[in-house]
Design a protein around this ligand. Sequence first.
Ligand code: HEM
Length: 482
Amino acid sequence: MLHQLYTALDLTTVLTFLLVLIVSYLIWNYFFTVQRVNIPGPAPWPLVGNLPHIAGTRDVGKRLLEFRKKYGDMVLLRFGPQPILVCFGYKLVREVLLVNGEQTKFRPSWMYLIKKFFPKMTGIFFSDGKTWSDGRKFTIVALKDFGVGKKTIDERIHEEVQYLVDEFSKNPEKPVDVFKVFPMATSNIISNIIFGSRFNYDDEEFKEILYHIYFIFKSTTLVAPENFFPMIDKLKPWNTSTQVAGHLAAVRTYVRSRVDKQRDSFDPNNIRNFIDLYLEQEGKPDSKISEDFLFQAIVDIYQAGTDTTAISLVWCMLHMLKYPEVQKKCRDEVMKVIGDGRFPTSKDKISLPYVMATIREVQRLAAVAPVATPHALLEDTYIDGKLVPKHTVILCHLMSVLYDPTVWQEPEKFRPERFLGEKGELIKPEAFCPFSMGPRTCIGQQLASNEVFLFFTSFLQRFNFTKVNKDDFLSTNGEQTD
Ligand code: HEM
């Protein structure tokens, strides 16, 4: 009997069966998802969908804008069999992230690489449900002043500002590579919050940890073909998931060693840092966070909080070089309100509306995160009157909101005054969303905004920024990096 079955299942039969299965799936998929969704987009290729339209594109944000020109504010793409809805402009992005926030607050956790790298689905970025909401609340509290010990966030930032100012002052004639030192400074603020101490800029262990985290971050991109064709990962001799597993293991070992070291000196009456907050709950039956959460949250916070903030600072410097009259106005305000006898504090923000308006205008134009982290639908949902099926991934194009001409007059122009009201007071239009909107909005918004403010104003107190050659043309045409 068994022998007869084996004979019947020869290679041709198996292949034919597989072929029929694939074709049936494609037909089913086409009629039940592509057809029933009435949203325009470039025609998908068989099997690979629109991946060839994106493959090799360095700046995905800009590529997506080209689709918008052709198809409008809602564009449907397919990466392999996965439908991807791209949304543009203030009105639509608001509807997706704010009005339908409860439906769109999920992450595409079924994606192959996400499942593979983070099987426990913990941390903040890629978790959902209770793990996400508990973890998010815990981390938001931890990032606030009272959450992490006696040193205030301002003091932790001041410490780093001082190191950076010293670095700048060491050799005034020598150029400083801000793309190197700014990320060191911003990741040190994260280190200070998490471990209670900073690293020297040339500390090899520190550089190594940052590299591991960078590697994990760059591998979790949605457009990786492995997400849609997991076979690729299995067939590649040096597959991404094995490499990422190595980097994750290295970070885990490091974090564990720091936790163990800190356990000996832990005092519940003196919470010093993020790790102490974890130790305070460790082993308790009502503890809301696990060791897995701690580890993943640390990776998330370093990933999310280092380059974003550092690049925002680079953009501030660039605009000050390009617009010396704005630099002068900012410095005059800083000198009038704070002078040069003390460090600025985050409480000074309220008294420095022009400086704050300038920072906001830089953040609007820089659009450091041009597209929000992918969101996902767990149920069929109507968006702009159109049915979007469950399990669609949603990409919200934040840059298109920050440059939306229906909100911002002459959006390409650098004009800090647009963030000032009639009486010179600071204003924040809802469309100002470099940190996204809705339930998944960035949890580091306050920290990042304090960091940029304190670095920026401290630099203005001490330095005058000028171009080396006054005729140099400084381009503000950003390009997406890793
Ligand atoms: C200028 C600096 C920053 C910018 C422009 C920025 C922007 C963003 C954006 C656009 C998102 C995606 C929101 C969404 O999915 O809709 C996000 C998420 C997130 N950011 Fe930031 N961010 C910055 C700094 C930081 C800092 C300093 C931290 C940590 C201390 C941080 C932690 C996070 C986390 C954990 C998430 C995930 C939130 C969640 O999934 O619930 N970010 N950020």
